[in-house]
Design a protein around this ligand. Structure first.
Ligand SMILES: Nc1nc2c(ncn2[C@@H]2O[C@H](COP(=O)(O)OP(=O)(O)OP(=O)(O)O)[C@@H](O)[C@H]2O)c(=O)[nH]1
Ligand SMILES: [Mg+2]
Length: 383
């Protein structure tokens, strides 16, 4: 069974508490405050990896919890930050929180913080002022982000097979790949998507076979267009058209119309058109059907195959492989560019402003979650 959704509980680390501590020296029994800050809680980080291709591991590991930050201590020592929890996920994983997308991992090595660790609290050293020489307050660490995440992995096939029912999609898949889909001489033989791996020139191609579309599929006719989501992320569509159609041009155009209604983005994917079942068919008929398709789309790349006679299959696979490689190279460079653009750039002024704001806050004693221990404060003894 192919698992393409998973639910996981995600919890980033809590920030460590700030410390309340006073310097103890031989001749100064109660010196100034020196309680250090708590460490930051660890983040939960997802890393896209080409080494994994299902979400099944999350069935056995449904809780992803990063380490908490350590509390601060005396001598202005800050607590250690909690370790980030890095989790490998397959490329194509989408992470949602309450239905909203929080991360979409699209290329190998991509990293996304899916839950931020809480900041550590300030130690009492931060709260000293001329009027407050023995601050018996420190801050609690902030909790880390916590939520139930829905993970989704769409079938990341390279090639999506589309076409009318009975066009020969499943037969093609069964002949070029390891898959054993059901094949029969009636429409809607395929009712759930099949996935197969084909090999050509020592490279593999992941192909998804989905139920046939019909005119009106986008309005729910036939099995509707809901299976198209399984080919949304494919790099290329292989559009199969039965050479025995009365008018292959119309058959081609009808399917294109349904595709466009479903999604302009999917319809813009590269496409190869293959006339199927062509063994023993007159050359003139093949040429006529090819011309009919070209009339609908002069830019179409039309090839000819016979799955039963094993004709034209390697040629189609090579052509698919070429398009996939080109697409992959393009996506990779786009993704890297986007990532570079998305990196936050903090200017020096911003940094200083942040620092000032931070300083003002503790001077005014306005920080949140102040832990006031007052007279009951536990002191760290340092001598
Ligand atoms: N002569 C001939 N028949 C073929 C060829 N490929 C497929 N067929 C036949 O066409 C019929 C339909 O094939 P399928 O592969 O089930 O078609 P499909 O497009 O998957 O159909 P749905 O799952 O209903 O959408 C079957 O009877 C196949 O044997 C071929 O190359 N030559
Ligand atoms: Mg089928």
């Amino acid at each position: 069974m192919f698992v393409d959704t998973a639910k996981v509980y995600i919890k980033a680390g809590k920030g460590g508490n700030g410390a309340i501590s006073f310097r103890h020296e031989i001749y100064i029994p109660k010196g100034g405050p020196d309680g250090g800050d708590g460490g930051k809680g660890g983040d939960v980080v997802f890393v896209a990896s080409k080494d994994s291709d299902t979400l099944i591991d999350f069935r056995f590991q449904p809780k992803l919890i990063a380490e908490d930050g350590k509390a601060g201590s005396g001598q202005k020592s800050s607590g250690k930050s909690g370790k980030d929890l890095e989790v490998k996920v397959p490329i194509g994983t989408v992470v949602k929180r309450d239905g909203e997308i929080v991360a979409d991992l699209t290329y190998d090595g991509q990293r996304a913080i899916v839950a931020h660790g809480g900041d550590g609290g300030y130690g009492n050293w931060h709260f000293r002022s001329s009027t407050r020489q023995t601050p018996r307050i420190a801050e609690l660490g902030n909790p880390g982000e916590t939520y139930d995440a829905e993970l989704e992995l769409k079938l990341l096939a390279d090639v999506g097979l589309i076409g009318f029912p009975n066009a020969g999609k499943s037969t093609f898949l069964s002949v070029v790949s390891n898959a054993t889909p059901e094949i029969a001489d009636y429409p809607f033989t395929t009712i759930t998507p099949n996935l197969g791996v084909a090999r050509v020139d020592d490279k593999s191609i992941l192909i998804a076979d989905i139920p046939g579309l019909i005119e009106g599929a986008s309005d729910g006719k036939g099995l509707g267009d809901r299976f198209l989501r399984h080919v949304e992320r494919t790099k290329v569509l292989l559009h199969l058209v039965d050479v025995y159609n009365d008018d292959a041009g119309k058959a081609y155009a009808d399917i294109r119309k349904e595709l466009e209604k479903y999604s302009a983005d999917l319809a813009s994917h590269p496409e190869i058109v293959a006339l199927t079942k062509t063994e023993g068919v007159d050359t003139e008929i093949i040429e006529m059907q090819t011309a009919a398709i070209l009339q609908q789309n002069p830019n179409a790349l039309v090839m000819t195959i016979s799955s039963s006679a094993h004709q034209g299959l390697t040629e189609v696979l090579r052509e698919l492989r070429q398009i996939i490689d080109a697409q992959k190279a393009e996506e990779q460079s786009e993704a890297v560019e986007e990532e570079a653009e998305a990196l936050p750039v903090i200017t020096l002024e911003e940094k200083e402003a942040k620092h000032r704001a931070h300083h003002d806050k503790y001077q005014l004693g306005e920080r949140n979650a102040i832990l006031a221990l007052g007279e009951d404060a536990e002191y760290f003894d340092e001598d």
